[in-house]
Write a protein of this length. Sequence first.
Length: 210
Amino acid sequence: MSSIVTVSWLSFRGTLKSFQTGQVLGTVHLHPFVFGAPPRIDILHRIVVWQRAKRREGLAKVKDRSEVRGGGRKPWKQKGGGRARQGSIRAPHWRGGGVVHGPRGPKSYDYTLPKYTQGDLTVVDALQVPTHRVRETLPILEREEWSSVLMVDGGELDRNLCYATRNLQKVDVLPSRGLNVYSILLRDKLVLSIGAVRQLEQRLLQDCVD
């Protein structure tokens, strides 16, 4: 039977409840190094800025002197005209000429950033529902007040859950490998399966060892 556990920032032992009925079943322990760390607002801000910058396409582009139309010949001869010598009407100082050091098309705003996490959460032992019908999944979301929620599973995503939530606004389902700070902050609630918790603990604690 599917179960859930509610965890606060400073609690490493949570109450395990039935996912279907809400009945208390027991407790579950979480690693304090992963789930007990106080939130760093500055780090969360840096990561959100990084993720949004990574998504920017940067398509601005202007023509340089090699791309401007015309100007294949000198506008006038080199000497004898009493005017300054000119080589092409494509030159940047001419009206309609090429642009110097302008944007040059697709640009990446990506940059490297250390990986950090995360906020208050709910832990479930299995992110599974018996059917793909929305009307049978909504009571669970309403009972737990998951009107804005990100669900993360450690294994293969349950097809029924994906179908049942795909048309629900502010309800997202991700595999643990796709978990990121921007997606977490985008929703009010974070729901992790126990499998996802163990994978995240292993990954984050391995980063500490390395």
